[in-house]
Design a binder for this molecule. Sequence first.
Ligand code: HEC
Length: 151
Amino acid sequence: MKHNLITKKFLSMAALLSASTGAFAQSAEAPTYYGEALDALSRNCAECHRPEGPNLGGVQAPFSVLNFDEAKIWAPLISLRLEDGSMPPWGAHQQHQGTFKNERYISDEDKQLLISWVEAGALEGDAKDQPTADELALSAPANEPTLAFVF
Ligand code: HEC
């Protein structure tokens, strides 16, 4: 009986230990700018957040996501705006996804990845890992609108 209790204790300790090594393994794999974030930022944000980004009715996106130093400075606001859904700007409800050309929904995966990148400290990673210009699926520069309503 006593033996049994000790075994149980040992097992729960082992479970605790392996849980904590699990957490360690996770933090060792924190996403980095060059490893993962740059790709998601370029696909979802660089259309506007780039050097000399488009003039959107007198407003310009305030920083370039293609530059690590700038992205790092803005990291807390990047996750805030992703969480509150105001960036990338897209007014249509999720239920209309697929209706419009050039719509700007961000996938849950990209959103989670970027928030995790910020939460892990907006790490730079190794510039050797960065996607090449060709691999960077830069979101197309804002196109000429097919239809404009002017009031
Ligand atoms: C269609 C263009 C466009 C895209 C795409 C876009 N942004 Fe923006 N963003 C803007 C503009 C314009 C502003 C400045 C808004 C203003 O001054 O009111 C802005 C402002 C911001 C700000 C500053 C907000 C603040 O609170 O001061 C953050 C952070 C931001 N964007 C993050 C992002 C992220 C992250 C993405 C991609 C997931 C993204 N944006 C995609 C146009 C864009």
